[in-house]
Design a protein around this ligand. Sequence first.
Ligand code: PDD
Length: 286
Amino acid sequence: MEQTVFLNGEYIERSDAKVDIEDRGYQFGDGIYEVIRVYEGTVFTMSEHLERLYKSAEKMKLTVPYEMEELTSMVGRLIEVNKVEDGFIYMQVSRGISPRQHHFPGKDVPASVIAYTKEFKRPVKQMSEGVTATLVEDIRWLRCDIKSLNLLGNILAKEEAASKGDFEAIQHRGETVTEGSSSNVFIVKDGTVYTHPVTNLILNGITRRVIKDLADENGVPFVERTFTVEELFEADEIFIASTTSEVMPVIKVDDTVVGQGVPGPVTMALQSWFTDRIKAACKKEV
Ligand code: PDD
């Protein structure tokens, strides 16, 4: 059966959803997006994602033409009509359609809003066995805090990792490890979790926030400070985190085996508390 998608206020079949060739999202990557997880038909951390969408919009002087409640009910409707069980919602807002020019179009040009859903299973095998990563230079712009459609730097990084058979690219600016191409990066040393602080150089991940919360709740020291490439290679454990990867152990970076070469205890504890959070969120809805 065909999926229903949201396009500027209308719910239509996917094959009927057409994008104008002068949409600024298409021509310039002039827009923002969110990926929101659905577990057992329940949306996970939706308000956090929507709040970040509005924040990204504000930072790039873009007006989202819907209120939070409207976006919330739109998400609910899409999940219902598409009968999403385990999956995600992709939502995108671009600066609308206008003849190509770099500066903003007039205020009368409305933003384009699209959303669709997709089935996606939890990556349980990779979460239990761990994944490998490639270290790459972070060549992205200096506003990585905006969840922008401009993902060329991220794409080139991920492609380098994928071409080597690795799951993720861990990026560094000079000596400092920043984040993954589509995830945040964490190391564990002597029982303490370290991750890059929330600055313009990383995306303030929603999964990262949940992990911080879980660490605090369970008495695991969680330190937001930059760490070096050297510290990365000397870490007891490494993990990455994102909406689709959850808490994902990294067991090798380039040719360096992390710790014992298997997912470490702190990572696995966080992963299991994260699963409990998901279960609790699903129960709450019923
Ligand atoms: N990626 N950093 C970057 C560069 C990301 O693209 C993402 C998410 C994250 C983690 O954020 P969150 O925990 O809120 O998902 C960090 C999404 C899933 C994507 O682009 O598909």
